[in-house]
Design a protein around this ligand. Structure first.
Ligand code: OAD
Length: 266
């Protein structure tokens, strides 16, 4: 497991956040790539980020898919010997202490909903129940017409019948992971909207919060006067608006919060 050095964790700020969490019955979380850093998955931006190193992928990925979905699917069946260290990191990853702490906060009745931008499935594997994977899940398939989703391993895709079609509406199936240029399924946006509207506390964890529409939910919380907490070793454009910033890796800070809450220190 990869570890990140924690910049001085401020105990009094930790206690304040633990107090806010203890009183909350409706905390909503927006999580991003930093959440999975201690699981060995690189972030996208910043030092060591996937795109900092490789550059951003083409912005018209979805257009390319729509132009020729058969070709896109055929390529999935073509053996590819190119090394993909990101895919390897995802394949080898396991939930870390941060993911497990969020599950505990859900079980304690504190977190009511988690909006994750991560496609790595780690929140689900850790046992989080109320979750919106706003950028999809790499182990799922989705119909682009009716937005139904299935685990990849539950459907059989025939190489000679591409692109695969939805058994409900005959729409085209694609990987659930949202491509650049692809609209987020409206039902997912509605779920995030509904959860944020009911929140009494909003946490952003491990996200630069600059990608929209996901980034609109902490802003919506701010506009509604809901206290916003950020957990991130670095500052983000949201930092100046947050009530408290906990600077450090989520895999260390979240378990510290659980400890304070469960020891009844707050
Ligand atoms: P980013 O790479 O933009 O931001 C990751 C954040 O994690 C940064 O603010 C880091 O400072 C922070 N971070 C780094 N290490 C951390 C740690 N150990 N603990 C906590 N935080 C840490 O990733 P996202 O905000 O998730 O979308 O990016 C959002 C979207 O951009 C992604 O979902 C992806 C991309 O477009 C799609 O692929 C559709």
């Amino acid at each position: 497991m990869e570890t990140t050095q924690s910049p001085s964790m401020n105990q009094s700020e930790l206690v304040k956040v633990a107090e806010l969490l203890s009183r909350s019955k409706n905390t909503v979380v927006l999580a991003g790539a930093g959440m999975s850093k201690e699981s060995g998955i690189p972030t996208f931006r910043g030092k060591g980020g996937l795109w900092t190193i490789n550059g951003e992928p083409p912005l018209n990925q979805y257009e390319i898919f729509l132009d020729d979905p058969k070709k896109w699917w055929s390529e999935k069946f073509t053996p590819n010997n190119k090394e993909d260290s990101f895919a390897t990191a995802l394949d080898q990853s396991k939930p870390n202490d941060g993911h497990n702490a969020l599950v505990q906060l859900e079980r304690l009745g504190i977190i009511s909903h988690l909006i994750t931008q991560n496609v790595d499935d780690l929140h689900r594997q850790a046992g989080q129940i109320s979750i919106t994977e706003i950028h999809g899940n790499r182990y799922w398939i989705r119909c682009i017409a009716c937005n139904s989703r299935w685990p990849k391993n539950s459907i059989s895709i025939q190489k000679d019948l591409l692109p695969p079609r939805c058994e409900i509406c005959n729409g085209i199936l694609k990987s659930d992971t949202v491509m650049f240029g692809e609209p987020i399924p409206p039902n997912l946006l509605q779920d995030c909207h509904d959860a944020t509207r009911k929140a009494d506390l909003f946490l952003t964890i491990g996200t630069s919060a600059i990608v929209y529409p996901a980034g609109q939910f902490p802003i919506m919380a701010l506009e509604k006067g809901i206290p916003l907490i950020e957990i991130n070793p670095e500052t983000t454009p949201l930092s100046e608006f947050t009530k408290i910033n906990l600077r450090g890796p989520s895999g260390q800070i979240l378990p510290e919060l659980i400890k304070l809450i469960s020891e009844n220190q707050v």
